[in-house]
Design a protein around this ligand. Structure first.
Ligand SMILES: NC(=O)c1ccc[n+]([C@@H]2O[C@H](COP(=O)([O-])OP(=O)(O)OC[C@H]3O[C@@H](n4cnc5c(N)ncnc54)[C@H](OP(=O)(O)O)[C@@H]3O)[C@@H](O)[C@H]2O)c1
Length: 304
């Protein structure tokens, strides 16, 4: 094991079904262009980032069918296929990007099935390691959406099922039909509305994948309490935001996204950063109001 690989060990591990992953993970959405609508300007750079993730010991990469119409899945295949045995690639279906930055749930079983088949082809695999229902579609009976995942699992097309942006009730309803191997909800040091779901996942030992972990880069900016704590620890603000998540719960896996090798290195190095009680106390009051969070989400493509 190299020195850089040793860092990620510091983040600890969780079980996703029968698989074990390091908690510090990687979100591939930023491998597309800025609007998550087309290919990146520099494809070779995106490939370097994906390869560097694996080099650093990351063994859980998150993507989706709708990130630039499958571009991020294609890049992962180009960069990493044949995949290392221990690499778990998670993808999603059930949310369409109908215009740049405008996302709509689509949970009809035929659509979920089609998108699963398309992801299998783009990823170049016979089975998807972890397949999420990206959004619950209020216009389709819930059990039909979960039933579609169950069918895909029974057919061997997906190994494990996950749910994204869900409530405790939805997790429990889904568990009557499938085993929920992971939950993926928005969560970071300043956006903690998902705390009850996180605590439910802790009780149930379900891994909780936190999306928006550095708030689309907002938490990496200077002149904040996060930046003050970072300066004291000789770390960067993004690292403090990630270390806070790792500290918050041992079922929590941050999935920071980046298009930069330097940021990726920095983010993985946060695996060994420890916050003292005094730092945690100073970060505790940091809460974004709901309208501020909505504005941030609306400002970028991350609003999916
Ligand atoms: N389930 C869902 O509904 C859902 C929704 C959104 C996202 N996701 C998943 O969650 C992942 C993360 O979401 P996200 O990308 O929106 O949020 P994020 O990880 O909080 O923020 C990513 C942004 O932060 C910047 N960044 C990353 N590391 C940095 C560092 N060390 N210093 C400064 N800036 C840094 C990146 O810019 P650079 O490229 O310049 O580094 C990028 O613009 C996605 O990749 C995707 O897999 C899931």
């Amino acid at each position: 094991m190299t020195e850089v690989q040793r860092q990620i060990e510091g983040s600890g591990t969780v079980r996703v079904g029968d698989r074990t992953i390091h908690r510090m993970s990687f979100g591939a959405m930023r491998l597309a262009d800025k609007a998550i609508w087309g290919p990146p300007a520099d494809r070779q750079n995106a490939i370097r980032v994906a390869r560097r993730a694996v080099e650093l010991g990351i063994n859980h990469i998150d993507t989706a069918d709708s990130y630039a119409f499958g571009v991020t899945e294609e890049i992962l295949r180009e960069a990493l296929h044949p995949y290392p045995d221990d690499l778990l690639i998670a993808t999603k279906a059930g949310q369409a990007q109908v215009r740049p930055g405008v996302w709509e749930p689509v949970g009809r079983p035929a659509y979920l099935r089609q998108q699963c088949e398309a992801s299998l082809r783009r990823l170049g695999t016979e089975r998807i390691d972890l397949f999420y229902l990206h959004r619950v579609d209020p216009q389709v009976p819930f059990d039909e959406q979960i039933g579609a995942m169950k069918e895909l699992q029974d057919e061997g097309k997906i190994a494990h099922c996950g749910l994204s942006s869900v409530t405790i009730d939805q997790i429990e309803s889904a568990q009557r039909i499938i085993e929920v191997a992971a939950v993926q909800n928005i969560f970071n040091v300043a956006a903690r509305a998902g705390e009850e779901v996180l605590e439910h996942c802790e009780r149930e030992r379900i891994p909780f994948m936190a999306w928006f972990p550095i708030m689309s880069g907002e938490l990496a900016l200077p002149n904040s309490i996060v930046a003050e704590v970072a300066a004291e620890l000789n770390a960067t603000p993004a690292q403090v935001a990630l270390a806070w998540l790792l500290d918050r719960s041992n079922v929590l896996c941050p999935i920071p996204g980046t298009s930069s090798v330097a940021h990726l290195d920095e983010n993985v190095a946060a695996s060994v950063l420890r916050l003292a009680d005094e730092h945690l106390a100073r970060l505790a009051p940091l809460r974004l109001a709901e309208n501020e969070l909505a504005q941030l989400l609306a400002a970028g493509s991350a609003k999916e």
